[in-house]
Design a protein around this ligand. Sequence first.
Ligand code: URA
Ligand code: SF4
Length: 189
Amino acid sequence: MDSLDNISKDVFNCKRCGLYKERTNPVLGAGSPEAKIIFIGEAPGANEDMRGIPFCGAAGRVLDRLLEKAGIGREDIYITNILKCRPPENRNPREEEIKACAVYLERQIAIIKPRIICCLGNFAASYIMRKFGLEDKIEGISKIHGKIFSAQTLFDSIKIVPFYHPAVATYNANMMNILEKDFEVLKKC
Ligand code: URA
Ligand code: SF4
């Protein structure tokens, strides 16, 4: 049977895209394997690459504050990213990198079986909405942030909620208010 440990080993040895060449550490994810909520960001940044832990830098501090305000602890959720290795200079993920790396996210989702998938930013939202048959609802994050979408898996009905990426609040203070308000929808789910 597959496990997060197995995926961790595979990611450690992965050369499916060019990003392995410049990474220090791959970042698989962190949190509870039994979590009902999974958060999916974009890709590791410099701090994450150094420590191998997702959202452990400035964007992570924003995320921690949002979670706290929503009454959710990091230990209650699982956090990961679309890409497991850091793109140089934090550039955007490329289509072929997302395609290459998605096998790991798919395996994580299959193991964790979350009821709610929170997408942080455009890349995660587009990938997840397409995967769960919501491609006709995909729009820019400024249109769909904070909305709850329903989707059906083989076993369950799940909720998908896109948010702005928490990093936006590190350079635009108004975004914190929007993010805080959006995170309140998690109380409703
Ligand atoms: N931004 C992300 O999308 N993920 C991280 O882990 C850190 C910053
Ligand atoms: Fe492999 Fe993903 Fe890292 Fe690319 S980003 S090398 S696919 S683990």
